[in-house]
Design a protein. Sequence first.
Length: 222
Amino acid sequence: MKNKLVITNDGSHSIFNPEINETYHSKHGAIVEAEHVFIKNGLLAENNKQFNILEVGFGTGLNALLTAQKAKQKNIAVNYHGIELYPVKKENYTQLNFTGLIGEDNSDLLKLHECDWEAEQKINDFFKLTKNEIALENYTSNTKFDIIYFDAFSPEKQPHLWDEKIFNNMYKLLKEDGFLVTYCAKGVVKRTMKAVGFEIIVLDGPPGKRQMTRANKSISQK
Ligand SMILES: C[S@@+](CC[C@H](N)C(=O)[O-])C[C@H]1O[C@@H](n2cnc3c(N)ncnc32)[C@H](O)[C@@H]1O
């Protein structure tokens, strides 16, 4: 069964994966969700001018696109790493309507998808991208990250990507003052993160969702 494009409530596309039976984003709005969870509560939550960011589940490239746009607008230097086991196919990524909705040229999104994997690529003066085609379960890196955008399919659909082993690895990949953000606020996920040492902060969720989670590596840093 093939992935297909769907329109979410803010007019932006998402992809529906029939095997997993889940869309890549909230039906309440892909862009609205990404802006809230990963841009407002991720990239813009701290005042730094330089970040190493890891995205789990590169997918449509929406989070990378929004981060690259904000980096350029606010002069923030971003070194972005994205993990993806099943890269989105050309027939899908060429149809995505994100750039028109955020006032960018579509070549910006194409560049994110068509640049080489497994090597650092300069996307704009403020945004470097390294894409790794690898399972999250097998991912290691010498880079230490300031922020992890944890955007896997839900724990109901892929519980093995939300277990203690994975979060232990995420914890190790963060700098001492680093943090992880995710759209998910399920009790079992927060308990698993806490068990590996994270401090859990519950934040207001994007439209259609009551809560989301920020997990800090160091306790009470804020
Ligand atoms: C919820 S989607 C989000 C995608 C992306 N962040 C976006 O905005 O389009 C989850 C992504 O994780 C990817 N994925 C699934 N299993 C994976 C695994 N074991 N390791 C790495 N990525 C995986 C899927 O292919 C999909 O692109």
